[in-house]
Write a protein that binds this ligand. Structure first.
Ligand SMILES: NC(=O)c1ccc[n+]([C@@H]2O[C@H](COP(=O)([O-])OP(=O)(O)OC[C@H]3O[C@@H](n4cnc5c(N)ncnc54)[C@H](O)[C@@H]3O)[C@@H](O)[C@H]2O)c1
Length: 252
């Protein structure tokens, strides 16, 4: 069977760990030419080693701070120049700050918007003309926080992820005439380096599991498996949707 993404050029942001690393490994395993980036140098180089050790094709830049529009543009243009185009863009990278609303500092709000919303706009903006040339797929990473709120301290994160869900619908609308599909994937709580500290506190872990219909914590593989399907031709009639991968948490 031909691999699903043979020779497809797949840009993935935040490949230095977590779901971004899992995505790099899985897309490469299915034949993609992966282009990654991260602000984290060591984590990203580790991903490169892991992908290549399994025979995958990956090119990365690091450090790249995608919250800087010129850095985002440079990464996208390098990817397109190396491979002659872009087929799939997976906006995965983000960073947020948390604090109760009464003590939320404006700079923490701005940090969260910069690193959860602005970077998605920049990368998408610069990738758009490449994707529009022959059609493509944009996967954006939302969160259940963007649907149901994020719990105490999560005001900026919830607002940011709500923005991503709305932005994706707009991309779907503007992309359809160019054969571009855009889909949000909204994870529930997933154990990754970004959440490990919380996930390993036994009482918190139990409470998180109790809120899910499926009684376990989600993994990066749970989310990335859905991302691969959404990026594939099997999902060719899906656009604008927000696909929730949360063990049932927001449905009860
Ligand atoms: N883990 C969860 O429970 C969960 C739940 C819902 C949504 N999400 C979303 O899933 C995505 C991946 O989450 P994760 O848990 O794997 O996160 P993570 O923190 O483990 O990895 C995110 C990566 O993005 C990189 N990054 C952050 N800001 C960047 C920037 N400005 N430029 C370049 N790289 C940058 C980080 O360095 C990091 O390697 C994020 O968008 C996150 O908001 C995660």
């Amino acid at each position: 069977m031909t691999p699903r993404f043979k020779n497809k050029v797949v840009l993935i942001t935040g490949t230095g760990g977590g779901m971004g690393r899992e995505a790099a490994l899985r897309f490469a395993a299915e034949g993609a030419r992966v282009v990654g980036c991260d602000v984290k140098v060591d984590g990203n180089r580790k991903t490169v080693e892991m992908v290549r050790a399994r025979g995958g094709d990956i090119h990365t830049m690091e450090p790249v701070d995608l919250g800087d529009p010129e850095k985002a543009r440079a990464w996208v243009e390098e990817a397109a120049a190396i491979h002659g185009g872009i087929d799939i863009l997976y906006n995965n990278a983000s960073a947020a700050r948390f604090a109760p609303i009464e003590s939320f500092a404006p700079e923490d709000w701005q940090f969260t918007m910069r690193n959860e919303v602005n970077l998605v706009f920049y990368v998408t903006r610069y990738a758009w003309t490449h994707l529009a040339r022959k059609g493509g797929v944009i996967l954006n990473t939302g969160s259940v926080a963007g649907i149901a709120g994020s719990g105490p301290g999560g005001a900026a994160h919830a607002a940011a992820k709500g923005a991503i869900i709305a932005f994706t619908k707009q991309l779907a609308q503007e992309g359809a005439p160019h054969n571009i599909r855009a889909v949000t994937i909204s994870p529930g709580f997933i154990e990754t380096p970004g959440t490990q500290d919380i996930a390993q506190m036994p009482e918190v872990r139990d409470a998180l599991i109790a809120r899910n219909m499926i009684k376990r914590i989600g993994s990066a593989a749970d989310v990335v498996g859905v991302a691969l399907f959404m990026a594939s031709d099997e999902a060719s009639f899906i656009t604008g949707a927000n696909i929730v991968v949360d063990g049932g948490r927001v449905s009860w």
